[in-house]
Ligand binder design. Structure first.
Ligand SMILES: Cc1cc2nc3c(=O)[nH]c(=O)nc-3n(C[C@H](O)[C@H](O)[C@H](O)COP(=O)(O)O)c2cc1C
Length: 335
């Protein structure tokens, strides 16, 4: 079984093929985008469970990119000071830690903030001007520079789930006639180029492979985007789905795996998959049969951060010598 075999992404080595999916916690209770003790404890707990990697929740690159009043930001000095503590705490464990950089665009829900998108299709949302677009690119670039300075091992550009970069990619939300409408992948390309310029470690991109709407993007369109990102030099595609269209998604165990598998037919880049994956056998099958290269677990690890530890213990990969006493005694008690 290859799940617990190490793997290299650029120069970054991950100890196993399972990661923590990015998940907003909505726990900046002071509405200032500053990580609290909660975030330190939350991400450190994930790290103690020793996944190969952890992707920090969507973190806003500027004042208008927040998904909610309670989300994290990286654009202010106080926010970076607090994130540094989280990064250092996670790094006490053999885990690679990345940050998901996001601009929520029309889905920005911070009180009083300006909402921009590719087009103005909803009341209260403005079509981004060329100056707005330049600012978005430069805010992603600054965020990538700060992420490097803070010690994150990798960065993920969030271009899925109907947020700003996805709004530019999608024909459902991008009705522009300028260069950013004629080439709907142009903004994503320019953001990725800017991030790659500032961040010399692995850069991941999360995409929605399927929008589940007739007039939306389908996997064939996503495969073209994957090829383009491959040429730009990203290190991993994190394949998700949905978010732009209000169409109800039909979700079932492993429902997104086949989107990642299809992408593997057009690129040699590693593919990550997530979505209702909850069983050891499912994870082992996805990795061993090459359906995807990395499995991200979200809600399962939230309710059971030691899921992987327990699995490794059962496989005999954990010994008294390589594990803190309190943890070894707890794992042994399962028997
Ligand atoms: C509470 C919650 C918050 C989420 N926040 C994010 C996020 O910040 N960024 C992102 O790309 N996906 C986000 N997601 C989606 C997850 O990354 C993941 O794809 C999804 O939960 C499916 O995986 P699971 O079934 O293992 O939980 C979120 C999901 C949940 C449940």
């Amino acid at each position: 079984m290859n799940v617990f075999e190490p793997m290299s992404l650029k120069k970054m080595k991950i100890a196993n093929r399972v990661g923590v999916a990015p998940m907003c916690t909505y726990m900046c209770l002071r509405k200032d985008g500053v990580a609290q003790d909660f975030h330190l404890a939350h991400y450190t707990t994930f790290a103690m469970g020793q996944p190969g990697l952890i992707i920090q929740e969507a973190t806003s690159v500027n004042e208008s990119g927040y998904i909610s009043d309670y989300c994290l930001g990286i654009h202010q000095p106080r926010q970076r000071e607090a994130l540094k503590r989280v990064v250092d705490s996670v790094h006490a464990y053999p885990v690679k830690f990345g940050i998901q950089l996001n601009h929520a665009g029309a889905k920005s829900n911070k009180s009083g903030c300006r909402k921009i998108s590719a087009s103005s299709l909803i009341e209260g949302v403005e079509e981004a001007s060329l100056a707005d677009i330049q600012k978005v690119i430069s805010d992603f670039e600054s965020a990538a520079k700060w992420a490097r300075q803070l010690g994150y091992d990798f960065v993920e550009v969030h271009s899925a789930h109907g947020y700003l970069l996805n709004q530019f990619l999608s024909p459902l939300t991008n009705h522009r006639t300028d260069a950013y409408g004629q080439d709907k992948g142009l903004l994503l390309q320019q953001v990725v180029e800017a991030v790659l310029k500032e961040f010399d470690g692995p850069v991941f991109v999360r995409l929605s492979g399927e929008e589940y709407a007739d007039d939306g993007r389908h996997i064939e369109d996503t495969l073209e985007t994957v090829k383009r990102l491959d040429r730009l030099g990203v290190s991993l595609i994190n394949m998700s789905s949905g978010g732009v269209s209000p169409v109800a998604m039909n979700v079932f165990p492993m429902y997104q795996v086949n989107l990642a598998t299809q992408a593997k037919s057009v690129t040699a880049l590693p593919l990550a998959t997530a979505g209702l994956i909850t069983q050891r056998e499912q994870i082992a099958d996805i990795i061993d049969s090459g359906k995807a290269d990395v499995v991200l677990l979200g809600r399962l690890l939230t309710r059971d951060p030691f899921f992987l530890m327990k699995w490794r213990f059962d496989l005999g990969l954990i010994s008294k010598e390589n594990t803190p006493n309190y943890l070894f005694r707890s794992l042994s008690a399962m028997k």
